[in-house]
Structures are given as C-alpha cells and as structure tokens.
Design a protein around this ligand. Structure first.
Ligand SMILES: Nc1ncnc2c1ncn2[C@@H]1O[C@H](COP(=O)(O)OP(=O)(O)OP(=O)(O)O)[C@@H](O)[C@H]1O
Length: 255
C-alpha cells in the first residue's frame, strides 16, 4: 500500500491574474507531521485549499489519499484560519463539534448516538468536554480554536490540515495546542501552516518553506539560513522552552 497521502506535482495556481503557487511539488507520507511556513501572502492557505479540492489548479497533478482532491472529504479534517460567525447566533460547543460529522450525511438527517460519542471524545481530546453546553459566542479565542480542532477530529480523519491554529492564542494556550498535536501525530498525518518559526522545529518531522515556490527540508531543524532565505526581513528564531541567547548562538553558528 502506498504511504503517500498527499501528492502535488508541479502545481500552478493564479488568482486574479497573479501567480500564487508556481510549479509546487510536495509529497506528504502517512504519519508525517509537516509544517508549512512562509511570509504573508506566500500561498499557504491556497495550498491547503488545493488539497481540500476548494481551489482548482491551472496546471499540475494533485492526489489526496489516492483520489482527486475533494473526493476524500470524510478522511480529511480541516481547521481553517478564520471562522466568521455571528457571536450572537445561539449555537453550542457540542453543535459546532457535531458539524464535523456532517460529511456524507443527507441534509436534515439526525445525529446518531455514535456521532454524539465521537463529538464527546473529540471534546475530551482537546480538554473542553465540560464546555459542551456553552454557547460558542462566549468562548475565548483559544477555546474557540480548540473547538474547531475538535470539530475536525470528530470525523476521525486520517489527515489533519491546520491553518495557523495558534494565531490568536496566548503562549500557554499555544503550548497546549502543540502538546495536543504531539499526541495526535502518533495516530494521524498532520499538515500545519504556521508563523511559529521558533516553535515548530521541536514538534514536526519536516518543514516546507513556501513563498510562491516551495522548498521542502527533510528534517525538523529550523536554521537561521532557512528563515533568512524565506522572509524578506530579519527574523529572530526563538525556540519555546529554550533561553533566547542559546538559540541565537546555536543558529548563528549554523550560518
Ligand atoms: N480569492 C482571491 N482572489 C484574489 N487573490 C487572492 C484570493 N485569495 C488569495 N489571494 C491572494 O493570493 C495570495 C496568497 O494568499 P494565501 O491566503 O494563500 O497566502 P498565505 O500564505 O496563507 O498568507 P497569510 O500568511 O497572510 O495567511 C495573496 O496575495 C492573496 O492576496
């Protein structure tokens, strides 16, 4: 059985006349934990949308779990970068998480006991089971982020795609999101889009740098040179849990 779960070959995408992805090739294997980093507008969200089948490509080949993108919907969990919803809309945490079970269901069909059990398990995994009856409108940004992760987990996906899940959370919550991903990576393939250049190195198995073109680094080591090549401005590498001076010394000796 092939271990390739995501395969992009020379994929090019243009939006409003501008090339956003240029001949991007990427292979993600079963069990990988891949981080995609890159500057704003570098094409990271577009690439996830291509994998999800939400963004057609101009040219190139895309396969997701052996099928065309969009045909493996129930097997891919997606945590979007932003969710715009009316905070006054009366919907509970449990109801949002249950939406993760909608794939493959007929419209207006009821949730089963198995759906509810899966939703409870997903909420337990992200540590929010006690909030299941709360309205999502009253959640903090970090809590909402974990609810969205639970919604993605609720469908028991083989592959989890996350678009900047730590963008709006404090350092403590960030650590708890990474702890959660560390636990999940033993049972699923994870692709994480992030700007946490300092944090990813200690969690992921590979790092891909995307700025219209893609460079994949076979290893979890984030070096000053990698980051310097990617961003058009100076970036400090600060690895969580290590003193800043030690990191800067380590990475300046890489260069
Ligand atoms: N629907 C659209 N129409 C036109 N241009 C778009 C559209 N969606 C995205 N773009 C442009 O494509 C480029 C890539 O966007 P994308 O959201 O993929 O970048 P990103 O790397 O995820 O950025 P960020 O780190 O800021 O989230 C940006 O310049 C963006 O303005």
């Amino acid at each position: 059985m092939s271990t390739e779960v995501i395969q992009l070959r020379e994929v090019t995408v243009s939006l409003a006349g501008t090339r956003v992805l240029d001949q991007v090739s990427l292979t993600v294997h079963r069990g990988d934990f891949l981080a995609i980093i890159g500057p704003n507008g570098g094409g990271k969200t577009t690439l996830l949308r291509v994998v999800l089948g939400l963004q057609p490509v101009d040219s190139g080949r895309v396969r997701v779990i052996g099928a065309f993108p969009g045909q493996s919907a129930g097997r891919i969990g997606y945590v979007p970068q932003r969710v715009d919803f009316d905070r006054d809309f009366p919907v509970t945490v449990m109801e949002v998480v249950l939406m993760g079970r909608l794939s493959g269901k007929r419209l207006f069909s009821r949730y089963s006991g198995a759906d509810r059990a899966a939703a409870e398990e997903a909420l337990e995994t992200v540590g929010l089971l006690e909030l299941s009856r709360r309205s999502v409108g009253g959640l903090s940004g970090g809590e909402l982020q974990r609810v969205l992760i639970a919604r993605a987990l609720c469908g028991n996906p083989e592959v989890l795609l996350l678009d900047e899940p730590t963008a709006s959370v404090d350092p403590g919550m960030k650590t708890s999101v990474y702890d959660l991903l560390d636990r999940l990576k033993t049972s699923m393939t994870i692709v994480l889009v992030t700007h946490d250049t300092g944090a990813v190195g200690r969690h992921v198995s590979r790092i891909a740098c995307l700025n219209c073109n893609m460079v994949v680094h076979e290893g979890d080591e984030m070096t000053g040179r990698m980051v310097g090549d990617l961003y058009p401005y100076p970036v400090d590498l600060i690895v969580h849990g290590e003193p800043r001076q030690r990191i800067l010394k380590k990475h300046s000796s890489d260069d």
